[in-house]
Each structure stands twice: as structure tokens, then as C-alpha cells.
Write a protein that binds this ligand. Sequence first.
Ligand code: GLN
Length: 486
Amino acid sequence: MLNSTLSALGAALAAKQVSAVELTGLFLARIRALDGKLNAFITVDEEHSLAQARVADERRSHGAAGPLTGIPVAHKDIYCTRGLRTTCGSRMLAAYTSPYDAHVIERFDAAGAIQLGKTNMDEFAMGSSNETSHFGPVRNPWDTARVPGGSSGGSAAAVAARMAPAATGTDTGGSIRQPAALSGVSGLKPTYGVVSRYGMIAFASSLDQGGPLAKSAADLALLMNTMAGFDARDSTSLERPAEDYGRELNLNLAGLRIGLPKEYFGDGLEPDVRACVREATRWFEGQGAKMIEITLPNTALAVPVYYVIAPAEASSNLSRFDGVRYGHRAGEYADLAEMYRRTRAEGFGTEVKRRILIGTYVLSHGYYDAYYLQAQRARRLIAKDFAEAFARCDLIMGPTSPTTAFALGAKADDPVQMYLNDIFTIPAPLAGLPGLSIPCGFDATGLPVGLQIMGDYFAEAKMLGAAHRYQQATDWHLRAAREAPL
Ligand code: GLN
């Protein structure tokens, strides 16, 4: 059961081989057994989960079940939940409970899914290793001395360790795909605007996008069918007809044009990562796909552009944490200005403060043109690279991350090294494009490697189809993590 896909769990529930209460109990027990070691969850409320499971069983008995009714799903602690506190990995919100649910949470609740708990994350989703969390680092289930990736590291580790059959995440510059790669699970960042940002605590609003993490591409499709959809409360939510994200799972690979960007296979790529990704792309070639050498010439600009735009937006978004309306408030202060200063000094961690300082600087009068405006121009060039590439190919493939999981602490004191880990995941969100990561092998020390598949706007179904075909022929995605044996 722990290693089953969502459709298998749904079938077991439908056949009454297991009840939602039993299934939820099974995953809660797994969390109890493993989370002391992995720290993937910030909040678990067993009673709350079991109460939802009882309702799901009731619903199933009335024949009113959908594919996710009774299935436990863990949520990144960036999604506001009325029933469980929402911390965003920060001391600022350590005691915060939202008065409303995020749109994504509403959708999962309406589908009858069970909230299994809130997963650990980098503070305000700023990080690539889960080390910036106020609640301590998450450990990688393949090697507990290593990071799981970030910022959705808790979600990735929970799925990898089979503590949850699926989880939600968010991706601003790679936070779904990079932890999926480093933890050996599948993860999808949809086209910007497909999943509502309502109730998803804002980091960089022009980049943030919610998406699922699970064991397989077919499971991601099932989750997307619930997560995606128009929401008038998010002004950037796209009003499009509902789609079935699983409609192309049997994609015909013969003649499919796959672009291999030369910038994604250059120096700095670990040899084992290169070898696994190459072997995966050769598999597609063996199925009749046409491999096309392409170039995305402005790739090197992506990280610097992102580290102007994302902090700029963050500095504005995080101004709301002022100790007045919600969250932490300093205990002692002489006047209002000191209350703000102390609250923010105490409530935010180092990385968040660094981003607020950078963001405030690049937006300040006198520097705006030199940094922010210039970054917006370069962002256009990156989008143009992709537009030209997608005129020649259907999908783009490459590594998700240049390395496998690194050791806890290895990059913690060197922000630039940490930022460079996202070199292959940052370009797609700058262009608003979808991307996914699936397991495609292991390095010499047994750590998982991720294959990234990018597509044009709204190409999620095709990307999931290509990933599913690969997962039918390989079993990398079903291997159990070393430190969390089944
Ligand atoms: N690692 C990147 C950052 O630190 C991306 C994070 C994200 O996608 N939320 O900003």
C-alpha cells in the first residue's frame, strides 16, 4: 500500500480492500515512525486527518467518490489551511492559523482528499536545500547526511520516504522540480496562471506557481485535474476550459521532436548526472523521437535576472509582516518604528533578510533602471529563446539540477553556490513555462538523478505523456529510498 500509485490506492478504496480511515492511519503511522529522523513535516494533526477520512468513507459509501476521495495528500506549509496552522517555514508565522483555505486546499477538500499534514520548507520558499526553515532542516531519505533539495523539500522527502502518497509544492525558481530530482520523486511546475495563487503565501508573485509531487507522472496528472482551474480571487489565474491532464498519457513518441539545449550539458554538470540524463534521452530516441540540438543562448542570464526580480517582488510581498496584522510581534518596544524593527529582526531568518535587502536596493531610486528594468529586459530575452526553440521542437529535455543531493551545510555559507544549483530550473518560470522532473537513475553513490522535461505554454499533458511512457519502461520512480525501507 505504501508504495502504491494514486490510481492503485483509488482502486483499493473503491474495491473496499481498505478504508480511507485505514489508509490514513497507515500513512500517519509511517510519519510517526520516520519523521523524527527526516523532519519532513511541521504540523501533523492525526485527529483532523482521521475526521476527514471518516467523511471520505461516508462519501464513498454513498457512491459519491472521485479519484482522490479518501486519498491522503500532504501540503507544503505555504498553503493556508483553516484547520491547521500555516508557518511558511518562518518564525514570523510559527503560531499563525489562517482564517481561510487556499484555493488549492479547497479543491482537494472538495475532491474528498485527506489533509495529511503540513510539510517543512525553506523559509518563505527561499532556498534550495530546506536549510533555511525555522523548523530545522529536512533530511534526504536516500542519505540523511544530505539535503532533500528545496524549497519544497519536506514534500519531496515525504513522498520519497512513502510518508505520503502525494504532496503539493510551489515553484518560483525550481522549488518543485529541484527537490523532486534530489529526492527521487516526480514533480510538475505548471504554466504560470494554471493553478490559483490564492491563499498560497506570496514570495515572488510573477513567478510563484503551485504544483504536485508524487511517485509517477500518471499520479501528477490526477493531482493536476484537482489543483488546476480558474479562480477569480487570483488576478493572474487563467480562465480556460477544464482539461484532463491525463489525456496524453499514451503519447506516441515516434516523430516527437525533443530539443537538447547545449547550455544544459556544459561544464559544471556532474558526470553521473550527465550520463543518466543522456541515457534517458537515448531511450526516447530509441522510441523514434527526433533529437534536435538547440541553443538557449541567454541561459547564463537566468540566475542573475532571477536574483534581481525575485528579491524585488519578495521585498514588497513581505512588507505585510509588520507585527500589526498577523504573525509574530516583538515583546518589547518603545514606539511603533521600534516595534516594526524588532518584529522583523526577530521574525525573519538570515536568507529572508538578505532577499529583502537586495530587493529594496534594486528597487530604490537611482538603481531601479540599472537593475530591475535591465532584469526585466533580459527576462524577455530568455522567454524569446524558448519561443524560438519551441518553433523547432515539441519538448525540451535536460538535467533538472547540475548535481545530486549535496551534504547538509555544504553550501549553507555560500549563497552564490546555493543559487547556482538552480541554473536549469530558473529559466522556465522566468518565461512562465511548465517544467517537470522525473527520476532517471542514480549516481555512483546511489543518489537519485532527475530528468527535466520542459514544454511550451499549456503543454503539461504532452510532458506528462512523455514522462509516463518513460516510467512504463523503467522503474527508477518506484525504487524505495535507502533510509526509509518499505
Ligand atoms: N531556490 C530558489 C530560491 O531560493 C527557488 C525557490 C523557489 O522556487 N521557491 O529562490
